[in-house]
Design a protein. Structure first.
Length: 188
């Protein structure tokens, strides 16, 4: 696996959009799959490891919590499309840093359950989107492009994968440390 340090930070990434509207459900399937991927990814991680900060970055719990927190922004952007706003509600990094902190002391199961609940609402809204909503678009200021609902779904799925990759990296780091500790204990 490639070291994450050579991957651009999320805020620096660029995307190519332009998929046909019928591909919305392909991306919705990826969004649904995130719910199914989180549990097996963290099932062997204890609460202490899930909340451990590594190299000053978010913990596993904070990464999962962020996926739940950002669902509120995704719903705001759906509302932007419904109301035919010209510009999407922007992401606020300060807001997400503050909301990430609230996950520091929460049980991992509670964080996952909150994400699942919020994600199911997004999936329902996207799955039931009218043709009018699917054809609406708004301008994304950071990306400097107009995005339709199918583009948003792609963007959200990429965002999920970005955080799932980081969670997988952290699980690997903490699992290796645990295994090394067990090995040292066995040698004694």
């Amino acid at each position: 696996m490639t070291d994450h340090t050579i991957r651009p930070p999320w805020a620096k990434r660029q995307f190519r959009f332009g998929h046909p509207a019928w591909m919305l459900m392909d991306f919705v399937e990826r969004l649904q799959g995130t719910i199914d991927r989180i549990g097996p990814l963290v099932h062997r991680i204890d609460e202490a490891a899930a909340h451990r900060i590594h190299e000053g970055t978010w913990s596993i719990a904070q990464n999962i919590g962020h996926l739940g927190d950002v669902e509120d922004l995704w719903q705001e952007r759906l509302e932007d499309l419904r109301r035919r706003r010209d510009v999407y509600t922007p992401a606020d990094p300060v807001r997400f840093q503050k909301t990430a902190e609230r996950h520091s002391g929460r049980p991992l199961g509670e964080i996952i359950a909150e994400f699942n609940q919020k994600r199911k609402a997004l999936i329902g809204a996207m799955s039931g989107a009218s043709e009018e909503l699917q054809s609406a678009d708004a301008f994304h200021e950071r990306l400097q492009c107009r995005m339709r609902l199918v583009d948003c779904a792609q963007f959200y799925a990429e965002h999920d994968d970005h955080h799932l990759l980081r969670i997988r990296q952290l699980v690997g780091i903490f699992s290796r440390r645990r295994d090394e500790t067990i090995g040292k204990d066995a040698e004694r």
